[in-house]
Design a protein around this ligand. Structure first.
Ligand SMILES: [Zn+2]
Length: 188
């Protein structure tokens, strides 16, 4: 139990009698400089105020609804994560950090171009050597859309060496400038 939860229990204990009846026990952890709430100060006749203020985090004071008092300790479990222990590497899990894909969003009648569609536009342009109008037709877009995407793709590569949309898609062409007829010179 955390100190915060101990505090919550303390305030619930004060605010609602039914809760303390329901819970049966009140558990108090280290109280810090604020010390015990005013209606619990009688505990200082049983527990040293310095102890209540500074006791190690695994210690707690328990009060039962019949008025029985106890001082307890949560033992540190053997299997608990140690500070700075790398659990993922210990159990052999490799985490691959990547950005989530941007999906196209509907904005009124217009849908923004998500990463996959961007990648498809660039692929059609490079691999299939399709023109702007043909790509627009295939994707049911205005011809401006592929044009803007190709310009954006090439500018990103010129500026920072890669296209962020392609990097998120984890596909080739993330650092390839889109030019028509790259793979089939003389094509349509
Ligand atoms: Zn791109």
């Amino acid at each position: 139990m955390t100190k915060a939860l101990g505090k919550i229990l303390t305030s619930l204990y004060i605010d609602s009698t039914w809760f303390s009846v329901l819970a049966g026990y009140l558990i108090l952890k280290v109280q810090g400089v604020q010390g015990l709430a005013s209606d619990l100060q009688w505990l200082y006749s049983y527990f040293n105020p310095a102890t209540v203020r500074n006791m190690p985090p695994q210690y707690f004071i328990m009060i039962s609804k019949t008025g029985a008092l106890g001082l307890g300790e949560f033992p540190f479990p053997e299997w608990h994560k140690k500070e700075k222990e790398n659990v993922l590497s210990n159990v052999g899990i490799e985490v691959e950090y990547g950005e989530p894909l941007c999906e196209g969003e509907y904005r009124g009648t217009f849908r923004t171009v998500g990463d996959k569609e961007h990648a498809e536009i660039i692929r059609l342009y490079i691999e299939e050597s399709l023109g702007i109008n043909k790509i627009a037709e295939i994707l049911a877009r205005s011809s401006r859309t592929p044009l803007v995407q190709i310009q954006r793709h090439n500018k990103a590569i010129e500026r920072s060496g890669f296209c962020p949309a392609y990097r998120r898609v984890k596909s080739r062409y993330e650092n390839v400038i889109a030019q028509r007829n790259m793979q089939s010179p003389g094509g349509c």
